[in-house]
Design a protein around this ligand. Structure first.
Ligand SMILES: NC(=O)c1ccc[n+]([C@@H]2O[C@H](COP(=O)([O-])OP(=O)(O)OC[C@H]3O[C@@H](n4cnc5c(N)ncnc54)[C@H](O)[C@@H]3O)[C@@H](O)[C@H]2O)c1
Length: 246
């Protein structure tokens, strides 16, 4: 039995579910007894996931392509007839100084991290508004409200995600609740790609809790925000950062 019995049987779509935070969140919701769908553009990683969680619906798509997002939601309609919880989590980042950012890189980061979240949220909302119920959870970042050098495109995209969550919350209350989760440093494949062992150590030394978050700790926050215990929380940017921003 999971920690939140009300999540049992809930229909949950998680994007970017083949790796890192998304994968840990998929595992957590599956353990809670929810019906889970994993969207990712990495079809190979998704097929590995099928072995780990055979009950998961796996959907290969790029969140920044409207037709692909639409066809994923058609498949969800066929399989489940609706959606209770969206966790729009797929994201990319590039470490580069502002003067080096090409227009193509800028557009790519915005397309995945902001437009991709919008496209998934819009499709989910159509179904949730009709059902008079739903939870929309978006993965933003502490980068969305604090200047981090070398991530101008990423920071701007995450600031957009925070305001998107707040706008959904105010526009679709009281039936649909929407929140942004803002992790600080999380030890995932994304983070390991961009930080050397030395850089990771340096970050840890400066964090009040002296370590990165585990992906499962962010998954726990998603589970809480999807649960009945969080029924009076909406429009928030909920930070989980080991004290980074204090
Ligand atoms: N790792 C951190 O420190 C950290 C901190 C704050 C926020 N975040 C955010 O958390 C989310 C997950 O990051 P992570 O660290 O788990 O990264 P990750 O690279 O381990 O996983 C991201 C997943 O998203 C998928 N993806 C990327 N672009 C996609 C697209 N266009 N369409 C569909 N799938 C796509 C990838 O294939 C991958 O499986 C991201 O939005 C990231 O910005 C991460």
């Amino acid at each position: 039995m999971g920690k939140y019995p009300e999540l049992h049987g809930q229909r949950v779509l998680i994007t970017g579910a083949a790796s890192g935070i998304g994968k840990a969140t998929l595992e957590r919701f599956a353990a809670e007894g929810a019906r889970v769908a994993a969207l990712d553009r990495d079809s190979q990683a998704l097929s590995v996931l099928t072995h780990e969680i055979p009950s998961a619906l796996t959907l290969t798509a790029d969140v920044s392509v409207p037709e692909e997002v639409q066809s994923v939601f058609s498949r969800i309609d066929q399989a489940w007839g609706g959606l209770d919880i969206l966790i729009a989590n797929a994201g990319i980042s590039l470490r580069h100084s502002l003067l080096d950012i090409t227009v193509a890189e800028w557009q790519q980061v915005l397309a995945v991290n902001l437009t991709g979240v919008f496209l998934c949220a819009q499709q989910a909302l159509k179904r949730m508004v009709a059902a008079h119920s739903g939870r929309i959870l978006l993965t933003a970042s502490t980068n969305g409200y604090r200047g981090h050098a070398f991530y101008a495109d990423y920071n701007a995209s995450k600031a957009g995600v925070i305001l998107l969550a707040k706008t959904i919350a105010v526009e679709y209350a009281p039936h649909v609740l929407a929140n942004a989760v803002c992790p600080g440093y999380v030890l995932t494949p994304m983070q390991k790609r961009e930080y050397t062992a030395e850089m990771l150590q340096q970050v840890n030394a400066n964090l009040p809790l002296k370590r990165h978050a585990e992906p499962s700790e962010v998954a726990s926050l998603f589970a809480f925000l999807a649960s009945d215990d969080a029924r009076y929380i909406t429009g928030q940017c909920v930070t989980i950062d080991g004290g980074e921003t204090i």
